[in-house]
Design a binder for this molecule. Structure first.
Ligand code: UD1
Length: 345
C-alpha cells in the first residue's frame, strides 16, 4: 500500500513512517517543516526511504495524492498553547487543514484515512460514586484547589469518587481550543465517511512519550517537561499532590496503532483509545524518570493549573478487539529508554 503521512517529520509521524516502511508499505511524507518546529529542516532520523514533500495541508501541493491508497493524518498544531491568541492558528491548521485534505481525498478517490485524535476530547475522565454510580463532576473550583482538594467530589452527594477507565462512547467535553479542534477533525472525518463511503479510524492518543519527543515548550506535555528537567540535572516538579492519573503510551506503540488502523479494514467511522491500559500517577512517572536518569528526586509542589483535568485514563479494549492493537512496550523499559533518548531541540 502507498500511504501519505501528513506531519511525517514530527515526533509521532516519523515513528509511523518507520512502522509502515518496516511492514513493506511505500510512504510519502508531507510536512510543513515549520521553522519553529524544525529549524534544521528535515530531521536526521526520518527514514530516507520515505518520499519527502514539503508543504502545507491547507494548500496541498499538486499531485500529492497521486498513487496514494490511504492517508495517515498526523499534521497538527498540538498542546494547549499559550493563550487565546493561538486560536486562529489551531483552527486554521487543524480544522481547515483537515477539510482541505478530505476534499482532496474525495476528488482523488482515496477512501481510507487514519486520523490522529486525542484523549482531550473527553475532558475529565470517568468517575464513580459508591452511592450514585457513574457521575460527571463539574469544573474544579479554585477554592478546592487552593485548599489542596484536587479530586472532584460527587456532584450529587459530594462523596469521594473513584476513577475508572474511559470507554470511547463516553460523553465528549473538549475544554481547550486544541481539544475543540481535535473533536472537530473527528466530526469532519465522520461527515467525509458518510459522503464518500470511505473509512476513518480516529486514534485518541493518550500521553505519548519516547525518542525524539520535542523538548519542553509551552506546547509540550508533562513527559517532555519532566524529561527536559532531568536532562538539565533538575528535579521534576510535580503539580497537585502527584496522585493524578494518566496513561503513558510509548510512541512505537502509537505507531503500531496507526499501522493497525490502516490495515485492519474497519468500515465506516470509528474512534479508538490508544493507550497502554496501565494507568500511572504523575508522581510515579516523575520518580521513574528521575531514577532512570540518576537525577534528583521529584518535588511535589502543590501547584495546579486551572485548566487541567484530575484523572484521565482509558480502556484499550475496543482498539484490541476491532483493530487488533495492544500496546507492548513495558512502562519501566520505555521510561528507561526515554530517560536518555534524544529529544528534538
Ligand atoms: C497532554 C497534552 C495534551 C495531549 C494529551 C494526550 C499538553 C499541555 N497536554 O494532556 O495536549 O492531547 O496529553 O497526549 O500538551 N504536570 C506536572 N508538572 C509539570 C507539568 C504538568 O505535574 O511541570 C501535571 C499536570 O498538572 C497534569 C499532568 O501533569 O496533572 C499532565 O499534564 P499535561 O501532560 O500537560 O496534560 P494532559 O492533560 O495529560
Amino acid at each position: 500500500m502507498r500511504v501519505l503521512v501528513t506531519g511525517g517529520a514530527g515526533f509521532i509521524g516519523a515513528h509511523v513512517v518507520d512502522a509502515l516502511l518496516a511492514h513493506g508499505h511505500e510512504v510519502r511524507v508531507l510536512d510543513l517543516l515549520a521553522p519553529e518546529v524544525h529549524p534544521g529542516g528535515w530531521p536526521d532520523h526520518l527514514d530516507p526511504a520515505a518520499e519527502r514533500v514539503q508543504g502545507d495541508v491547507r494548500e496541498l501541493p499538486a499531485g500529492l495524492l497521486d498513487g496514494v491508497d490511504a492517508v495517515c493524518h498526523q499534521a497538527a498544531v498540538v498542546g494547549h498553547g499559550l493563550d487565546l491568541q493561538d486560536l486562529p492558528a489551531y483552527v486554521s491548521t487543524n480544522d481547515l487543514g483537515t477539510a482541505v485534505l478530505l476534499a482532496a481525498m474525495a476528488r482523488a478517490g482515496v477512501d481510507r484515512l487514519v486520523l490522529a485524535s486525542s484523549m482531550v476530547v473527553y475532558g475529565e475522565g470517568r468517575y464513580s460514586c459508591a452511592a450514585h454510580g457513574v457521575v460527571r463532576p463539574g469544573p474544579r473550583a479554585v477554592a478546592d484547589l487552593d485548599a489542596g482538594r484536587f479530586s472532584p467530589g460527587c456532584p450529587v452527594c459530594g462523596a469521594d469518587l473513584t476513577w475508572d477507565l474511559v470507554p470511547e462512547d463516553a460523553p465528549v467535553d473538549p475544554r481547550s481550543v486544541y481539544a475543540a479542534t481535535k473533536l472537530a477533525q473527528e466530526h469532519l472525518a465522520s461527515s467525509w465517511v458518510r459522503g464518500t463511503g470511505g473509512s476513518c479510524v480516529a486514534l485518541r492518543y493518550h500521553n505519548v512519550y519516547g525518542p525524539h519527543m520535542p523538548r519542553d515548550t509551552p506546547y509540550a506535555g508533562v513527559a517532555s517537561i519532566f524529561r527536559s528537567a532531568v536532562a538539565r540535572g533538575q528535579a521534576p516538579r510535580v503539580f497537585e499532590d502527584g496522585a493524578q492519573m494518566r496513561d503513558f503510551v510509548h510512541v512505537r506503540d502509537v505507531a503500531a496503532a496507526n499501522l493497525r488502523g490502516l490495515v485492519a479494514g474497519r468500515p465506516g467511522f470509528g474512534a479508538y483509545n490508544v493507550c497502554s491500559g496501565t494507568p500511572r500517577s504523575i508522581g510515579d512517572v516523575a520518580a521513574q524518570l528521575a531514577r532512570e536518569a540518576g537525577g534528583p528526586e521529584p518535588v511535589v509542589t502543590g501547584e495546579y493549573r486551572l485548566g487541567d483535568v484530575r484523572h484521565v485514563v482509558a480502556s484499550p479494549a475496543l482498539a484490541a478487539s476491532e483493530l487488533g492493537f495492544s500496546a507492548v512496550v513495558d512502562f519501566a523499559d520505555g521510561m528507561r529508554e526515554f530517560a536518555t533518548a534524544p529529544l528534538r531541540a
